[in-house]
Each structure stands twice: as C-alpha cells, then as structure tokens.
Design a protein. Structure first.
Length: 88
C-alpha cells in the first residue's frame, strides 16, 4: 500500500457548540488586509468538526484537519485538543 500524503489543511479554533452528538462547531479567526485601505481586518468563520469520542467541550481550543465529506456540513476531523477550558 502507498502511504497517504498528509498535506491537509489544519485549522485552530475554539469550540462554540457541543450540543450535537459527535459534532462540534468551532470558530476560526483569521486576518485579511483590506483591498483598498490595507488595514488588517479580523474575520471569522464557523466550521463543523467531527469529534468521534465527544471529548471536547465549549471553550476548548482544538486542532481540526480537512477530510473527506462526512455529512452535508462536516468536512473536518478533530485532531487534538490544544487547550482545555479551565472550570472553576
């Protein structure tokens, strides 16, 4: 068997919702310069991530990798949890 090329897009974001089973909604923030004024503008997008073990929760910072389409909206898989939310 050939080894799979692992040059897939990897995004870092914060979990915004964990209400679905095995699915997390994460918010990814990024900066883009304005076309005319060249000011760096912060943008954000929400992506659906497959979390097989339901181990991430709201407030966690996670790493997600692009994969084949898993459903209508899910195209990313959870790679690992970078930072757990501190609960008091």
């Amino acid at each position: 068997m050939e080894k799979r090329d692992n040059n897939r897009k990897v995004l870092t974001g914060m979990v915004m919702s964990d209400k679905m089973m095995k699915t997390r909604v994460i918010e990814v923030k990024y900066g883009r310069p304005h076309r005319l004024y060249h000011k760096n503008m912060m943008r954000r997008t929400k992506i659906f991530v497959h979390d097989e073990k339901n181990e991430s929760h709201v407030g966690d910072v996670v790493l997600a990798s692009l994969s084949r389409p898993l459903s209508k909206n899910k195209h990313f898989r959870l790679v690992k949890i970078l930072e757990k939310k501190v609960t008091q």
